[in-house]
Design a protein around this ligand. Structure first.
Ligand code: ASP
Length: 266
């Protein structure tokens, strides 16, 4: 029996001085996630709690470290998906909550919907016990969106991501993170989540594409590479992806300058 977790801290123009701290936090997150799996916990728990560490750190562009939209306000997107029954939930442009991924999970588990947005999603999150924040931290230079995938001992795959969005966004802009098939996707066999220009991920539904490539027989690493190449060829944007299959094998690919990530198999 194998279980595993993989986490990324965003594909982008990472400054080399920001990487050690990013790697340190990612290691902490992967440690927590793999500990949950080791104790027989679910992949959903591993993904949610690992991403919470990154959201709480204020170091990445998500949760406490989210960037501002052009009207000066932070608005966040997040989603979570479980591959066995294609269950998923997401929140779009929520404000002043610490853990959008946990709000996304509440949407999945406590409603019959997939997506909630704006002030309604924020209200829903608060009502469902998600902590609020009044002050954000300034994220580290060029730090980015986060995403995680886990497979538990029952072979259930879960994937999630959380973001403050991209720089210079119009107020109300929604990225790919909560768009199922674009920012993330999971099946019984595999999960994938991407990072980079959200509009390019939506236009190419790249996460779904990556999962389809696995169905077609490609290895996780080959699928990661092909999915990103396809996105870049069709849109001109650079991007990054992580993939994890039910055996705990991972694929990682990015054509941006950097994309910190961490992985643990147990
Ligand atoms: N995909 C995110 C967005 O466009 C940003 C990122 O991953 O860097 O909202």
């Amino acid at each position: 029996m194998k279980a595993a977790v993989i986490i990324h801290g965003g594909a982008g123009n990472w400054h080399k001085d920001s990487m050690p701290k990013a790697n340190e936090i990612l290691e902490k997150a992967v440690e927590l996630g793999s500990g949950i799996l080791k104790r027989g916990g679910s992949s959903l728990d591993a993904v949610e709690k690992s991403v919470n560490i990154l959201e709480n750190s204020g170091y990445f562009n998500d949760g406490l470290g989210s960037v501002k939209q052009l009207d000066g306000k932070q608005r966040m997107d997040a989603a979570i998906m479980e591959g066995k029954y294609l269950r998923c939930g997401g929140v779009m442009i929520v404000e002043n909550i610490l853990n959008p991924i946990s709000a996304a999970r509440k949407v999945m588990e406590n409603t019959e919907h997939v997506l909630l947005s704006g002030k309604f999603a924020t209200k829903f999150a608060v009502k469902n016990g998600i902590k609020t924040i009044s002050k954000y931290k300034k994220p580290a230079v060029e730090c980015d969106t986060v995403g995680a995938i886990a497979v538990d001992y029952k072979k259930v795959i879960a994937v999630g991501n959380s973001t403050g969005g991209a720089g210079k966004m119009l107020a109300g802009r929604v990225g790919d993170c909560a768009v199922i098939g674009a920012g993330l996707y999971a099946t019984k066999k595999v999960g994938a989540t991407v990072t980079g220009k959200g509009e390019a991920a939506i236009r190419t539904t790249v996460s779904r594409k990556a999962c389809d490539l696995i169905e077609e027989g490609y290895s996780v690493q080959e699928a990661a590479k092909r999915a990103i190449k396809m996105l870049t060829k069709k849109t001109g944007f650079k991007s990054g992806i992580i993939i994890l299959n039910k055996n705990g094998d991972y694929g990682v690919w990015h054509n941006t300058k950097a994309m910190p990530w961490a992985y643990r198999r147990i």
